[in-house]
Design a protein around this ligand. Structure first.
Ligand code: NAD
Length: 498
């Protein structure tokens, strides 16, 4: 799809009415009547509102989801028919891609080109992937013994609670919704308060596609109120979460305090990017290094925020990455002339500004950036920033900033590079640049992260699993393995002798 400034401007000029919760395929205000202002990161101005729900709204949504599940309207629908509903949903998402993308950008500030590709278009692909899987995966017969029929049934768990962040709400949202719905569950989704609009519209499109009432419900509001209520609810069977580590910990606690629901966590990262001097294409490596940390202002879970460069090429490579960073045009994310948009909210910008200050105080060398941009616009913009000569005692090398800040240092030997790469509590993603096939395999084995990318920075594809090691989480989004999160395996053991 080709982007055109006139179409974007037309969509951005449209007023967005106040949004309510989407429950049982209808708009429904929060029971307490409260609303939350939605502030655009583009200019810091309020442009609409969402429902500021509380535990009572969550309870209503969960009851409705449970009722829909127990009625069998969705879990007992023939898989081939469920597939048709999801395929129609994907078509509608694609047909509305530009308006969904612009709405999302007004909410979270991602540059429009990345938002279009990474949000509605990616979401449509994710929905189709799981729709196509529905009628191809069945149960099993186990090899037991004569006279016994041992079956494994794959049953939907029931009611799934999904809690998602603001960085790529449609893509990350469908990573949870599509597999959960595909296998026949009903869902209550809690979007981030900083990116609810496009997910509400996504649910409306699902209803339009024929998803029965009560199967997908969206409740908006503050995390510590709405997310907590979902986490503590006694009738939610599985909780699927993407977000920060501290909130992930709370969800495990809520589960323990309530019904011990299964909790799947996709959390943060501090991903390493290792550049060996035999990298096949150092120009590409420099460009992808910049892309991997500066796209969406660094607000990407798999951003490679730690750069390790072999000493012989360190200065030249750093200069090349800085040159790429300096060509990026940060500004209004809906202006096609800009390559990089705004940070999603004031909190995230302040966190980045504070992290930059601390890095300087702790002795990291600033190579480029380091400043807030376009402050007068009222928006939340930050320059792509590179620190060199960092050491592991510095916060910039350890803490996830989730902003456009790269921390670089040298290494001398291959084994030192892997030790440095693994010197983190996280294990989400990594990148390695080398021409040696043997070294590439050694790197894949040595680096403790869910994804290892060799000679590329690809971002995401629904066919491969995304899951963290260590404190980056558990379980997998994407791929057919994600379906396992949303089913119970039931063993049926039938004596055939009678
Ligand atoms: P966050 O943890 O602050 O919020 C995530 C969601 O949790 C939001 O919907 C929020 O409202 C909700 N929430 C907040 N407090 C809660 C509570 N007490 N109980 C229940 N729910 C609560 O994260 P964020 O700031 O929205 O997103 C950034 C984080 O997400 C980063 O750490 C980033 O690495 C991570 N992330 C991970 C992946 C991945 O796939 N691993 C993808 C994207 C983002």
């Amino acid at each position: 799809m080709r982007l055109n400034q006139k179409d974007i401007d037309h969509l951005r000029a449209q007023a967005l009415p106040a949004r309510e919760n989407f429950i049982a395929n209808a708009w429904r205000p929060a029971e307490n009547g409260r609303k939350l202002d939605v502030i655009s990161p583009i200019n810091g101005k309020v442009f609409t509102s969402i429902a500021a729900s509380d535990a009572s709204d969550v309870d209503v949504a969960v009851r409705i989801a449970r009722k829909a599940f127990d009625s069998g309207v969705w879990p007992k629908m023939a898989p081939a028919d469920r597939k048709q509903v999801l395929l129609k949903w994907a078509d509608l998402v694609e047909a509305n891609a530009l308006s969904l993308a612009v709405m999302g950008v007004r909410d979270n500030g991602t540059e429009i080109a990345a938002a279009l590709k990474g949000e509605p278009l990616a979401a449509a692909r994710v929905i189709r992937f799981y729709a196509e899987a529905i009628d191809k995966i069945g149960g099993e017969i186990t090899p037991t013994r004569a006279g016994i029929l041992s079956l494994i049934h794959r049953e939907p768990v029931g009611v799934v609670g999904a809690i998602v962040p603001w960085n790529f709400p449609l893509m990350i949202g469908t990573w949870k919704l599509a597999p959960a719905l595909a296998v026949g569950n009903c869902v209550v989704l809690k979007p981030s308060e900083d990116a609810s609009l496009s997910l509400l519209r996504l649910a409306e499109l699902a209803a339009e596609a024929g998803l029965p009432s009560g199967v997908l419900n969206v409740v908006t509001g503050e995390g510590p109120i709405v997310g907590k209520a979902l986490g503590l609810h006694m009738d939610v069977d599985v909780l699927a979460f993407t977000g920060s580590g501290p909130v992930g910990r709370k969800l495990i606690e809520y589960s323990a305090r309530s019904n011990m629901k299964r909790v799947y966590l996709e959390l943060g990262g501090k991903s390493p990017n290792i550049v060996f001097s035999d990298a096949p294409d150092l120009d590409r490596a420099a460009r992808d290094t910049a892309d991997s940390i500066f796209r969406n202002s660094g607000q990407v879970c798999v951003s490679a925020s730690r750069l390790f460069v072999e000493r012989a090429i360190y200065n030249d490579f750093l200069a090349a990455v800085a040159a790429h960073a300096e060509t990026l045009r940060v500004g209004d994310p809906l202006d096609l002339a800009n390559t990089t948009g705004a940070m999603a909210n004031a909190r995230q910008l302040e966190k980045t500004v504070a992290a930059v200050k601390t890095a300087q105080e702790q002795g990291a060398r600033l190579v480029t950036g380091g400043v807030r941009l376009h402050e007068l616009s009222g928006g939340y913009y930050h320059a792509p920033t590179i620190f060199a000569d960092v050491s592991t005692r510095m916060e910039v090398a350890r803490e996830e900033i989730f902003g456009p800040v790269l921390a670089a240092r040298t290494f001398d030997t291959e084994s030192e590079a892997y030790v440095l790469a693994n010197e983190t509590v996280y294990g989400l993603s990594s990148i390695v640049w080398t021409a040696s096939l043997a070294r590439a395999h050694r790197a894949v084995a040595a680096i403790k992260s869910g994804i290892v990318q060799v000679n590329c920075y690809t971002g995401a594809d629904v066919t491969s699993p995304l899951g963290g090691m260590k404190q980056s989480g558990n379980g997998y989004d994407r791929s057919l393995y994600a379906l396992d999160k949303y089913v119970n395996l039931k063993s049926a053991w039938i004596d055939l002798s009678g």
